[in-house]
Design a protein around this ligand. Sequence first.
Ligand code: SAH
Ligand code: SF4
Ligand code: F3S
Length: 490
Amino acid sequence: MTENTKNTSIWDAGGFGDEDLTELALQENAILNVRKLVGEISEMKGRPLTACVRSFGCQMNARDSEKLSGVLLRCGYLLTDDEDADLVIFNTCTVRDTANTRVYGRLGQIHHFKKSRKDMIVCICGCMPQAEGAAEEIHRRFPFIDIIFGTHNLFRFATLLYEKLSGGGAGKNGTVIEIWKDTQQIVEGLPVRREYPWKSGVNISFGCNNFCTYCIVPYVRGRERSRSPREIIHEIERLSEDGVIEIMLLGQNVNSYGNDIPGGMRFPELLARAAEVPGIERVRFMTSHPKDLSDELIDVMAGSPKIADHLHLPVQSGSSRVLHVMNRRYTKEDYLALVERIRAKMPDISLTTDIIVGFPGETESDFLETLDLVRRVRYDSAFTFLYSVRSGTLAADMPDQIPHEIAQERFDRLLTEVQQIANETIARHVGKTMTALAESTDPKEPGMLSGRLGNNIMIHFPGPADRIGTMVPVRILKQHGFYYTGEIAE
Ligand code: SAH
Ligand code: SF4
Ligand code: F3S
């Protein structure tokens, strides 16, 4: 991505949120105030100020980062990929301990930059500081961080930045710290700077009500709040007018979309409407909780060629006993029956999943149930995770935490199985012609393009760079593990 494209595409998402007009006006005002200060500082320095936004989490975290980038652009910063910038913001994840460790590692490097640039502004936000007690700990361990905020008040970034630039916060070293316990608010209309001109995530709901016993997301993202269908469709229309051809509808559990709006639209209808927006050529969505996936959704997917032929359906475990303790509210048999219903209507659909290994109390026979499920479903790919203790969740205090060596050994066995099956199953598409969204050139192989098929698998093929950002019919010639090579089929 060139400096130029990074800094040109900016626009406002939504715009109907009358109830939040005051908040939007407040933030627009804060943006103007910051812009004035940024102008003064850059005049003094004789150069524009730069800002770097780093995402550490899921698609929803990435979408939040696009909002932070939008605000920074409006504030007069030049966006850069270089962390040695005038302002750096880490938008963090805390779903597993490894997510925290990655951020801590980067903060060491940032501290080094800050030592030689006293006026550098370092911000940390998102899920990690939102966890109970985490903001205080971050402030204690990394006192050089200037602004710490969570997920619920992300829309107040401009206000917090103004507070810092105009004299500092109340915390030690002038750190601005603001963590909200919860929120009901959805602020529409803030600026967004998209990472890609041709594709975009679209939030449909925030938060999660499921409280799977291992998971910290409900604690750091709050209760489920659905955006109004009008806002969502309006945003997709705006995106389409702006050149976007592929969208991904985002929610922790898209299948419970609208449950919090009595009499409101449900996900199958929303999905169908999204696919009807003129100019949108492909619609994806994430994530589907199996317990809420309706037959109506299967029908909508099967009936629309624009809805991607892919379903990410996290199973987490193949043992009904473990699933019960995880509070997933389905059994192995329910899940397998659901897969059957899906495949009856869409025989060629690409199914992918998430699996956790080493959940407290998981026995060898529970694990064998997971292996058995994987062999029966035959996923196109699966994300496998070692269970990670998240403080505050119910599973953290469960007896029989599994020793690391045992969990790791099961993990390795599962990974081998998952990879072997994926290798075999995705071979079924070799020889077919499918549509890829061309997304990049290969710097190592001039003349080669990389794109993603509807089933989410990557394909590399020779083609001109001006096809990037467009749907290209491709013939799949060869499979190389988890990706294909092919040629344009025109
Ligand atoms: N809302 C999505 C997933 C969000 S988190 C869903 O319900 O599918 C993404 C994945 O991280 C989960 O599917 C789960 O497999 C994994 N995960 C969540 N908490 C975890 C933990 N404590 N340890 C290991 N993996 C975890
Ligand atoms: Fe976490 Fe479960 Fe909610 Fe997904 S559905 S975010 S795994 S609590
Ligand atoms: Fe991580 Fe937060 Fe997403 S914990 S997975 S960034 S919702």
